[in-house]
Design a binder for this molecule. Sequence first.
Ligand SMILES: Cc1cc2nc3c(=O)[nH]c(=O)nc-3n(C[C@H](O)[C@H](O)[C@H](O)COP(=O)(O)O)c2cc1C
Length: 351
Amino acid sequence: MVSLSPTLQARLSTPLKIGSFEVKSRVLQSPLSGVTDMVFRRLVRRYAPDSMMYTEMVNATGLHYVKELPKIMEVDPNERPISIQLFDCRPDFLAEAAVMAVKEGADTVDINMGCPVNKITKNGGGSSLLRQPETAEAIVRSVVKAVDVPVTVKTRIGWTDKEITILDFAKRMEDAGAQMITVHGRTRAQGYNGAAKWEWIARVKEVLSIPVIGNGDIFSVEAAVKCLEQTGADGVMCSRGTLGYPFLVGEVDHFIKTGQELPPPTAIQRLECAREHLQALWEYKGDRGVRQARKHMTWYAKGFSGAAELRGQLSVIETVDQGLDIIDRGINKIATGYQSELELESDFQFA
Ligand SMILES: Cc1cc2nc3c(=O)[nH]c(=O)nc-3n(C[C@H](O)[C@H](O)[C@H](O)COP(=O)(O)O)c2cc1C
């Protein structure tokens, strides 16, 4: 059983202040490319209505030349609080993109300085900015000047184990005008491997005055509480733990606010959520949405008997109806299983 110390609960009971913007939750849904579109965010928000969500990262150079809002930047006028995340290495393009983000409804603008993917770093964006702190500073200054919403940064602890530069880097971001920093406790070289080094998040927290959000390996309520306790961070950001599990942010938020753990969703509830996710992706993106849904569906189909078979079928769906039919059959199979277990139990009780 997870427990929450009164000191921690008291520390987290006030709103998270990102500059002038207040958020009523200390638990954030991370930006996830290919995942955190409007459909996914709507599901997460159902269980975590107060939490800050992020769009997928948007390329500022692309915006500069195309001048048309990409679908990944779309925000529902009713979804709040919301941050639009941008990436690039050009301060002027990022400032321009930030203005578009605010017009679209962003409550804050976040700059990605952590993405490890070659395609992004070789063009000077994402985590390569950890090696170009002057450019990173110029970016923050330029974006802060361009918009009147808070500007935040999401980054890693360094390039490699031998080059952990986060303390100096984070201070520079604060001095340049960033109003919050999220620290993913891994180096660029780690990618998503090995454990996140939360001790560096604790060190960042010691040297900054702006809020520091801990990120990396928050896969459960227990992990979230441990991270908050061990780092002194002002909040936690959930990432891979939400894949096929849009309940996580709400579970952590509920626990922090009440000290009570919510019962986990049943396999049927998870599959019902998968069903809704698939249907909504199809309505929002058409056939492309169905192709994107394949990975989500395989993430949902985990942890119950018959899940492997379901995953195999869902990973190759061609149409929405085919996917819905497979999920419905999965749900029926689980329900029938419960029924026969109940029958067995009642036979036993009355025997
Ligand atoms: C599929 C995937 C997509 C991601 N996309 C983004 C992104 O667009 N922007 C960003 O800042 N981080 C992105 N990340 C990194 C996560 O937000 C997070 O920092 C990282 O997964 C560490 O947290 P975790 O160990 O809890 O997963 C992505 C990670 C994954 C696995």
